[in-house]
Design a protein around this ligand. Sequence first.
Ligand SMILES: NC(=O)c1ccc[n+]([C@@H]2O[C@H](COP(=O)([O-])OP(=O)(O)OC[C@H]3O[C@@H](n4cnc5c(N)ncnc54)[C@H](OP(=O)(O)O)[C@@H]3O)[C@@H](O)[C@H]2O)c1
Length: 296
Amino acid sequence: MPQAKTPTVLVTGSSGFLGRNLLKFSSKKYKLIAQYRYHQPAAYGDKIRFLKLDFLAEQWKKLQLLKPRVIIHTAAMASIDECETQPELAQRTNYSATCRLVDFAARRKIRFIFISSDVVFDGTKGNYSENEEPYPVNFYAQTKIAAEKYVMENLPDAVVVRPALFYGLALDGRPSFTETMLQHLYAGKQIYTFTDQYRTPILVNDLVSALWELVENSYCGYLHLGGPQKVSRLDLGKMLCAIFNLDENLLIPVKSREVNLQARRPLDCSLDISLARSLLKTRFVDCRTGLQLAYR
Ligand SMILES: NC(=O)c1ccc[n+]([C@@H]2O[C@H](COP(=O)([O-])OP(=O)(O)OC[C@H]3O[C@@H](n4cnc5c(N)ncnc54)[C@H](OP(=O)(O)O)[C@@H]3O)[C@@H](O)[C@H]2O)c1
């Protein structure tokens, strides 16, 4: 009997925080094509092929010979402040490159999982569900909302995932924000922590597990992926201090309006994750458990 072909998944942004974790915790059932721009990530397992491609350079013909069954599109200009100060670059990276990848997927009938963000909401209400209207308060959100719309208009079978802020081990990449917090606390350095910006942070391992489930799943539409708990950055800092027995006095509480940020931040973009809970087997741990799992 002929052997069934092993399906291939293309992970874009595989050198980023999320991308590296997607590679590390991928299912053995798939072959991976791992796209990166500058920094080739570590290979976990032998079913992986790397693709060095800058979406803003004319290197798209490298994609033409590929026919993955699924694309998980994580690549983006993910810094909210950089998007605000370099809007043209942000538009080309987060919107135009996504549109081009969507067109490629549409021509080849590839399942498409697009990584958007919780920051698409204006943060005036919190506990946002999938059927609530996004409204951008910064340029990053504007590019993500435009990309989301293009995905859904051109690929009705796609999934637009809106993850909450994610935390955990950045593996061999740039430290994640919780890792930076821990480094500062261990070094005895003060950290300014917002008291009025609320999110429902998700452990990167849970996010990755949910995304691999979605590769198998036929769900299409918007999906919110977050943790079960609404917290501020100060709350997260306090949890780290309690778990690792560090000095809580190093956390300096500040309100958003007291700091001169380049881009405005929505205050409460906590997510309602009822749909994900009903759809997926992945369970989403609370922050204290997640921080312990990540760093103990
Ligand atoms: N981090 C969070 O808490 C968070 C929360 C909600 C949503 N998100 C979204 O989740 C996704 C992943 O975030 P992340 O934190 O993992 O981002 P990240 O660590 O900054 O990684 C971004 C990735 O995009 C790649 N990339 C950027 N510009 C590119 C270009 N022109 N051509 C090709 N590749 C390019 C980078 O490649 P190189 O490293 O090789 O340059 C890197 O692999 C993003 O879409 C982000 O908007 C993030």
